[in-house]
Design a protein around this ligand. Structure first.
Ligand code: ZN
Ligand code: ZN
Ligand code: ZN
Ligand code: ZN
Ligand code: ZN
Ligand code: ZN
Length: 97
Protein backbone atom coordinates (compact mmCIF):
# COMPACT_ATOMS: atom_id res chain seq x y z
CA UNK A 1 0.00 0.00 0.00
CA UNK A 2 1.37 3.39 -0.95
CA UNK A 3 -1.50 5.45 0.34
CA UNK A 4 0.30 7.16 3.18
CA UNK A 5 -1.13 10.48 2.16
CA UNK A 6 -4.72 9.38 2.08
CA UNK A 7 -5.11 6.79 4.81
CA UNK A 8 -3.53 5.92 8.09
CA UNK A 9 -4.02 3.39 10.81
CA UNK A 10 -1.55 4.60 13.39
CA UNK A 11 -3.78 7.18 14.99
CA UNK A 12 -7.41 7.25 16.03
CA UNK A 13 -8.94 10.68 15.84
CA UNK A 14 -11.38 11.53 18.56
CA UNK A 15 -12.05 13.79 21.50
CA UNK A 16 -8.78 15.08 22.79
CA UNK A 17 -6.63 13.48 20.09
CA UNK A 18 -4.92 16.82 19.66
CA UNK A 19 -6.16 17.64 16.17
CA UNK A 20 -8.67 20.29 15.29
CA UNK A 21 -12.07 18.69 14.74
CA UNK A 22 -14.91 20.41 12.95
CA UNK A 23 -18.26 19.47 11.47
CA UNK A 24 -18.44 18.78 7.75
CA UNK A 25 -21.79 17.80 6.32
CA UNK A 26 -22.92 14.68 8.17
CA UNK A 27 -19.55 13.77 9.64
CA UNK A 28 -16.58 15.20 11.48
CA UNK A 29 -13.33 16.21 9.88
CA UNK A 30 -9.97 16.30 11.57
CA UNK A 31 -7.15 18.52 10.42
CA UNK A 32 -4.13 16.26 10.41
CA UNK A 33 -0.70 17.47 9.32
CA UNK A 34 -1.89 19.42 6.33
CA UNK A 35 -4.58 17.06 5.16
CA UNK A 36 -8.09 16.48 6.36
CA UNK A 37 -9.34 13.12 7.54
CA UNK A 38 -12.75 11.64 7.96
CA UNK A 39 -13.77 8.25 9.26
CA UNK A 40 -14.73 5.90 6.49
CA UNK A 41 -15.46 2.21 6.75
CA UNK A 42 -13.78 1.91 10.10
CA UNK A 43 -10.60 3.62 8.91
CA UNK A 44 -9.46 7.12 8.11
CA UNK A 45 -9.52 8.60 4.66
CA UNK A 46 -8.67 11.99 3.30
CA UNK A 47 -11.84 13.99 2.95
CA UNK A 48 -11.51 15.47 -0.51
CA UNK A 49 -14.18 16.97 -2.68
CA UNK A 50 -13.55 16.02 -6.29
CA UNK A 51 -13.71 18.54 -9.06
CA UNK A 52 -14.38 22.23 -8.74
CA UNK A 53 -17.40 23.37 -6.77
CA UNK A 54 -17.95 27.01 -6.06
CA UNK A 55 -19.49 27.92 -2.74
CA UNK A 56 -23.11 28.87 -3.15
CA UNK A 57 -24.29 32.31 -2.29
CA UNK A 58 -22.44 35.54 -1.90
CA UNK A 59 -20.02 35.91 0.96
CA UNK A 60 -20.74 38.79 3.28
CA UNK A 61 -17.15 38.81 4.38
CA UNK A 62 -13.74 37.62 3.30
CA UNK A 63 -12.31 34.66 5.12
CA UNK A 64 -9.06 35.49 6.78
CA UNK A 65 -7.31 35.86 10.08
CA UNK A 66 -9.83 36.73 12.75
CA UNK A 67 -12.88 36.30 10.52
CA UNK A 68 -14.43 34.08 13.16
CA UNK A 69 -14.28 30.81 11.26
CA UNK A 70 -11.97 27.96 12.09
CA UNK A 71 -9.02 27.91 9.72
CA UNK A 72 -7.44 24.57 8.91
CA UNK A 73 -4.35 23.96 6.83
CA UNK A 74 -5.03 21.94 3.70
CA UNK A 75 -2.16 21.14 1.38
CA UNK A 76 -0.79 24.48 0.15
CA UNK A 77 -3.68 26.63 1.27
CA UNK A 78 -6.07 27.22 4.13
CA UNK A 79 -9.67 26.06 4.38
CA UNK A 80 -12.21 27.91 6.47
CA UNK A 81 -14.98 25.99 8.16
CA UNK A 82 -18.15 27.78 7.18
CA UNK A 83 -21.62 26.44 7.92
CA UNK A 84 -20.57 22.83 7.71
CA UNK A 85 -18.49 23.19 4.57
CA UNK A 86 -14.85 23.98 3.98
CA UNK A 87 -14.19 27.04 1.90
CA UNK A 88 -10.92 27.85 0.18
CA UNK A 89 -10.20 31.11 -1.60
CA UNK A 90 -9.94 30.68 -5.37
CA UNK A 91 -9.59 33.63 -7.70
CA UNK A 92 -12.61 35.85 -6.98
CA UNK A 93 -14.71 33.27 -5.16
CA UNK A 94 -14.54 30.42 -2.68
CA UNK A 95 -14.40 26.76 -3.52
CA UNK A 96 -16.03 24.03 -1.49
CA UNK A 97 -13.36 21.59 -0.35
ZN1 ZN B 1 -6.25 13.04 15.62
ZN1 ZN C 1 -15.24 15.89 5.60
ZN1 ZN D 1 -14.78 33.50 7.55
ZN1 ZN E 1 -8.78 23.01 0.83
ZN1 ZN F 1 -17.26 30.69 3.31
ZN1 ZN G 1 -12.94 28.01 -7.75
Amino acid sequence: MTTANTAHTDHEHGDGCGHVAFPHGDHTDYAHDGHIDRESGGGWQACEVGGHTEAEGAHQHSHGAGCGHVAVPHADHVDYVHDGSRHAAHEDHYDVH
